[in-house]
Design a protein. Structure first.
Length: 587
């Protein structure tokens, strides 16, 4: 069957949702274009800067997309078949992820662009606020761990293509470093010269393409430079990436975050457009099975049931709690008008759903016996090969196509890594009350330092064989990320119930809250059970995942209890009994 018969309807449904359900949400939330947003009233040209929606969309899109809508759909597609993965992507995007993102953004804008945690504090309790901050910070740490390690893996080794050409991971590293230098130069020119954004875009996008091509000519191979092996080079790149997080998270937004987000948004759009061209004109057929069963057993004999694992494996691309942190952390401070929340909040989620569909198509067009899918599939290489195959339709050489795919993957992750570190620093400052340089340095050191501890550990599976750190933590990241989405939706639902007092709230945000809370806690409880209860009974696991799962479930349960207390307190009081008249005694 031609792959277009599946992909095109998915795109049409997502586009139709943007033009129907998106405006409906805008009406329900009563978005007003004439109300001044915090970006306008608090403008300081550092954090609070009103931006045209087309530019903010690009920045927000590149920040939320990252590796999530690539890794998750590919892993889930390989595990359960493409049909369950596609179904969750489309339904999740429209009714859960898009709602989550848009309501979180609007809630932040209506509260002076403060974080979702602050919204929780205002409408729930201070205890809820502290619990939420702790949960968010832990979730950010594991996002950094998973994304940093999977990116470091892109910078080592050599991938041999079917035509015999090779793509060097060290070359991707060189391209990556050159790419990071370009937005800094662009930011300086935009700030200190009269160069317009459109002119800067026209200059620097071709330079990005040049960096992709040139990286393969001057590869940066750490193993060869320092006489180590691939594993040592991988760890070294982990350290360097976290060092980048430390520096970038304290860099002014105009110097790196905004220009890089702008360029990164074009990367995403080019990858999406190249995928669309390849699907339309490449005559690709579906070879991978649509459904592989309700349980997946991997090469190590570990069983993963479709419920709930599908819903935590595909996070970004269907629903992601991380998006609420971006929406309320940086995007809300740049939203020009309330009505811009529809294209930026809801529209970005629909675009991310399309990225997830293209990523899933990279699996759909492969036979189950494909070499790249055997053993422990590396999603970044599956994606890069798929993108290369799509771009070949317009004459792009396979080696450049794979390099572009890997660079696109890396670019998406950069946006997430430093944003997560920056937001983690904000949270530490909120928790400790430390302001100024002391708070900045402590918050950044903790947020980058804890992931450093984990990525430097030697991780093995049940058979004692080494496995990538990202693989161990991806499920934990997915579960905690989805639980964060549930907790955000709880906070948003409380806010809407208190302010809107409308029954639609329970349908629009209440049902998504219940689904995400159930699936994520179910998955975390599975990690706890398999970690602490083995074939021999009660045991103390060596890996940290079960212990962290206990902490996350505990925080989530306490926060749910706080929310229930608030909901119960909102019940209208019982009408007082009308006093009976007192009859005068006879006579």
């Amino acid at each position: 069957m031609n792959i277009l018969l599946v992909v095109v309807p998915a795109f049409v449904v997502l586009a139709a949702a943007y033009f129907t359900y998106g405006p409906l949400l805008a009406r329900l939330l009563k978005l007003d274009p004439n109300v001044d947003t915090p970006a306008v009233t608090l403008r300081d040209d550092v954090d609070y800067v009103p931006i045209e929606p087309k530019f903010l969309l690009s920045q927000h899109f590149s920040a939320i997309a990252a590796a999530g809508p690539i890794v998750g759909p590919i892993l889930a597609g390989v595990m359960f078949g493409w049909l369950p993965a596609l179904s969750w992507i489309v339904v999740g995007c429209i009714f859960i992820g898009g709602v989550h993102d848009m309501t979180a953004l609007v809630a932040s804008v209506r509260h002076k662009a403060c974080s979702i945690a602050e919204v929780v504090r205002e409408h729930m309790t201070r205890r809820s606020y502290i619990l939420f901050l702790l949960f968010v910070w832990i979730a950010l740490v594991y996002i950094i761990v998973a994304f940093a390690d999977i990116t470091a893996g892109s910078f080592i080794g050599v991938q041999t293509l079917e035509n015999g050409q090779t793509v060097s991971g060290a070359g991707i590293a060189s391209s990556s470093l050159m790419y990071l230098a370009l937005p800094i130069i662009m930011g300086l020119l935009l700030r200190y010269t009269k160069l317009s954004l459109n002119a800067a875009t026209a200059i620097f996008l071709p330079l990005v393409a040049l960096a992709i091509w040139g990286g393969q000519k001057i590869p940066l191979d750490l193993a060869a430079l320092f006489g180590g092996d691939a594993n040592q080079a991988h760890k070294a790149w982990d350290v360097l990436l976290l060092g980048y997080c430390f520096v970038a998270s304290m860099t002014p937004m105009w110097l790196l975050l905004q220009p890089r987000g702008h360029l990164g948004g074009f990367f995403l759009l080019f990858a999406l457009g190249g995928g669309a061209l390849g699907l339309v004109f490449g005559s690709k057929t579906i070879q991978y099975p649509a459904f592989l069963g309700f349980e997946h057993v991997d090469a190590e004999g570990v069983a993963s049931p479709l419920f709930p694992i599908l819903f935590i494996t595909i996070a970004c691309g269907a629903c992601s709690g991380f998006h609420s942190i971006i929406a309320s952390g940086t995007t809300s401070k740049q939203l020009r008008k309330e009505t811009d929340a529809t294209p930026v909040g809801y529209g970005s989620m629909m675009l991310e759903g399309m990225v997830a569909v293209v990523s899933l198509a990279c699996v759909m067009m492969l036979p189950a016996t494909a070499a790249v899918l055997q053993g422990q599939p590396k999603p970044n290489f599956v994606y890069a090969q798929g993108v290369s195959s799509f771009l070949a339709v317009i004459g792009i050489p396979p080696a450049f196509g794979v390099a572009f795919g890997l660079m696109a993957f890396t670019t998406f992750v950069y946006d997430t890594l430093d944003v997560c570190t920056r937001l983690g620093r904000y949270l530490i400052q909120e928790l400790t009350g430390l302001k100024g340089d002391a708070g900045r340095w402590l918050g950044t050191a903790l947020t980058a330092g804890v992931p450093l501890f984990f990525v430097l550990q030697k991780v093995t599976n049940a058979k004692g064989q080494p496995v990538p750190v990202w693989k161990l933590f991806w499920s934990l990241f997915g579960a905690s990320n989805q639980l964060l989405a549930a907790l955000t939706l709880i906070g948003v639902t409380v806010w809407l119930v208190k302010t809107q007092q409308a029954k639609w709230v329970w349908l629009v945000t209440g049902i998504p809250t219940a689904l995400m809370y159930t699936m994520s806690t179910w998955a975390l409880c599975r990690f706890i059970k398999t970690g602490f209860f083995g074939a021999q009974g009660l045991q103390l696991p060596r890996d940290p995942v079960p212990y962290i799962a206990v902490v996350l479930v505990g925080l989530a349960m306490l926060l749910l209890v706080e929310a229930i207390k608030v909901f119960l307190s909102l019940r209208p009081p019982t009408a007082p009994r009308r006093p009976q008249p007192v009859l005068a005694p006879a006579g």
